[in-house]
Design a protein around this ligand. Structure first.
Ligand SMILES: Cc1cc2nc3c(=O)[nH]c(=O)nc-3n(C[C@H](O)[C@H](O)[C@H](O)COP(=O)(O)OP(=O)(O)OC[C@H]3O[C@@H](n4cnc5c(N)ncnc54)[C@H](O)[C@@H]3O)c2cc1C
Length: 427
């Protein structure tokens, strides 16, 4: 079978997998008392195992060869993004009736872990599109909105994102100033959003479609679908020269009296806060998965190097201080991986109020990723500091996970607040 034919047949299989993997997170039927022990936490069904194989092949053959170059050139790879669409990865959790793969949170975690073993920047662009936009719309949008926007999104024909952060409102998101006022049947949107992943495809090309949160009257926040081509909607500052995640394009977006038809309001007026908070849970879980991918790759590189590199006539692996780097990082990677997958296993797309473990998983996995990349640089010595070795890129990319989708401090605040309100969550 040719590579193309093989990949196409996997796509079909991926879509079929949705028949058996419940996306709702509802409990599986009871099993015999012993059979649950045979479950692989990281690929609990045949469909997850198939997805893992598809990802392994895609990452090795198509993601890895381009990763260093796109980081260096700070370039988003649209062609690769569309290949991810062909494989069903851009709509991994989107129902099949809208062209998606219809899979669950475990499958989403698999995607971002795997892509991040090679190209966390590309993975972030996919995540902003597939989780922050497509998944969000699939859960919160009307059937008409889903039908109109999702098929082009999951195929990669359009590039999408989500706009929450503003120049003066990040962690304190409820302080946002972007505003939408009713004007007859339409809304008029004014404001500025910043650090928007996929805001542009490059410095000259606006992304295609966005979910934008805005203040609406006394009703709190509302969510709108804003499309390229709407008058008054344009690219602002382009955030080039980022520390990491350079294969994703980050931009400021300007909304200057953008006229939005009523049918582009998602849900009812005032529903925006609930949509935003609910989607942050799966966003944090998938960002945590990115941390797992980074940690896994950093460990592979440092173990290989410790086996090959000699010092004082002996391989580095013989030295206790090097063993400590490897063993400590491995142990915490294993702990984080188990926690993230277990949280994904229990995650429901519709239940809400699941932020405690999603925040805690990201709090842990983001720091595990950064420590693993840092240790890998240390084990490689000068070679680890050089751009030709992947570990310096992993180190730069890992830092974003401690900021984007909620800073470490935001997770501290949320976790403490949730536990102090309900200590039974510790049970
Ligand atoms: C590469 C990249 C991509 C991004 N993509 C997107 C995107 O697609 N869409 C989007 O909407 N946003 C995006 N963001 C924005 C990101 O979510 C925010 O940067 C993040 O939420 C933090 O907000 P801030 O940068 O305004 O920092 P601030 O909120 O100003 O925080 C600054 C510092 O103060 C701390 N702090 C703030 N409040 C408190 C408090 N109460 N207690 C203790 N410490 C506090 C913070 O933890 C942080 O350390 C992206 C950011 C980056 C860097």
């Amino acid at each position: 079978m040719s590579d193309g034919a093989e990949q196409r047949s996997r796509t079909t299989d991926l879509a079929r997998a949705s028949d058996t993997v419940p996306a709702s997170g509802s409990p599986a039927p009871p099993e015999s008392s012993e059979s649950w022990k045979n479950r692989d936490l990281f690929a609990p069904s045949d469909e997850h195992a198939l997805l893992a194989e598809t990802l392994r092949s895609f990452v090795a053959r198509e993601v890895e060869p381009q990763a260093a170059e796109h980081d260096r050139e700070e370039r988003f790879n649209l062609e690769l993004f569309q290949r991810a669409g062909e494989l069903g990865l851009l709509g991994i959790t989107v129902p099949e009736r809208f062209g998606g793969s219809g899979l669950d949170a475990v499958a989403a975690v698999q995607v971002y872990e795997s892509l991040s073993t090679s190209d966390p920047g590309f993975a972030l662009a996919v995540l902003a599109h597939a989780i922050l936009f497509a998944h969000n719309l699939a859960i919160n949008g009307s059937p008409e909105q889903c039908q109109r926007f999702l098929p082009d999104t999951v195929s990669g024909r359009s590039v999408a994102g989500m706009c929450m952060t503003e120049p003066d409102a990040g962690t304190d998101v409820m302080a946002m100033r972007t505003r939408a006022e009713r004007d007859g049947n339409d809304w008029l949107l004014d404001g500025i959003k910043t650090y928007i992943t996929n805001g542009g495809l490059d410095a000259d090309t606006l992304g295609d479609v966005f979910i934008v949160y805005a203040r609406t009257g006394a009703q709190g926040l509302s969510a709108f679908l804003v499309e390229k081509g709407m008058t008054g909607f344009r690219l602002g500052q382009k955030w080039t020269d980022k520390l990491g995640m350079r294969a994703s394009f980050t931009a400021e977006l300007v909304f200057d009296g953008v006229r939005i038809p009523a049918e582009n309001l998602i849900g009812a007026e005032g529903n925006g806060t609930r949509h935003m908070m609910r989607n942050l849970e799966i966003e944090r879980l998938t960002l945590a998965a990115q941390g797992l991918g980074i940690a896994q790759r950093a460990l592979r590189v440092m173990v290989d190097y410790a086996n090959q590199r000699k010092s004082f006539g002996r391989p580095l692996r013989d030295f206790g201080q090097i063993q400590r780097h490897i063993a400590e990082r491995f142990s915490e990677y294993r702990a984080a991986r188990t926690f993230v997958y277990d949280t994904a296993r229990r995650h429901s797309f519709t239940r809400g109020r699941q932020r405690l473990d999603a925040d805690a998983a990201k709090l842990l996995a983001s720091q595990v990723a950064k420590r693993a990349a840092d240790a890998a640089i240390q084990v490689l010595g000068g070679a680890g500091y050089m751009g030709e070795n992947v570990v310096e890129r992993l180190w730069r990319d890992a830092k974003l996970l401690e900021i984007g989708g909620g800073t470490l401090e935001a997770h501290h605040k949320n976790i403490t607040q949730d536990l102090s309100q309900d200590a039974s969550l510790l049970d």
